[in-house]
Design a protein around this ligand. Sequence first.
Ligand code: AP5
Length: 215
Amino acid sequence: MRIVMLGAPGSGKGTQAQRVQKEHGLPQISTGDLLRKAVADKTPLGLRAKSIMDAGELVPDDVVLGMIKGRLAAADAKSGFILDGFPRNTSQADSLDRLLATLDLKLDGVVLMDVDFDILMKRLTGRRTCSKTGAVLNIYFSTPAELEACKKAGGELVQRQDDNEETIRNRLQVYERQTAPLIDYYTKKGLLKTVAATGEVDAVYSRLKSALGLK
Ligand code: AP5
């Protein structure tokens, strides 16, 4: 199964994609995670991307495409994948189509994580990642037991550099301007499935599974 997860920053793409990966073995391919690793490793690509990401703008298409080509060629992506945060504009979507066509592959579906915009600021300012387990948590929405489990594993709750109010506001505007047009783009291709992504994480996951026909 080849899936794209589409949705505003904070709509839960990463949270849900991680769960699909864990329970169904589909690798989550997140361009944001790949870029953050390049930044942390101080690679030339990471050095180029850092200030752009800190401002909440999109990294140039050629950079992201290069990463995606390499990642889709890896062995674990051969039988399927879940793309999280890519494509991000119509030019990237066209490039993805062309890339898949050269591999004789097609997308099975595009999931729109549909959330009220009002809730996104709280989700994003409250997001923390466990430095040990990599779990995506939230100081407002995770249970005390979930937050404690990170500390017990020897990890710390780390906040993303771009999860501050000013950058979040810009990321939301960039989404509206550049990424939201993909809703129409994939609707016209007959691929879009909308999932109501407000409410408990488990309830959203159930709706996502039904949309994808997963057990
Ligand atoms: P990226 O890492 O892709 O960030 P994003 O799109 O802004 O999305 P987020 O990761 O912020 O949100 P999410 O939807 O995954 O939400 P999550 O599950 O974490 O991109 C970062 C930057 O990299 C971009 O700004 C850009 O610069 C660059 N970039 C990346 N891809 C690019 C591309 N293709 N082209 C160009 N540039 C690119 O959830 C958020 C929080 O909410 C968490 O704390 C979570 O615990 C909580 N939460 C989730 N679900 C629920 C729920 N149901 N109820 C309560 N809380 C919930």
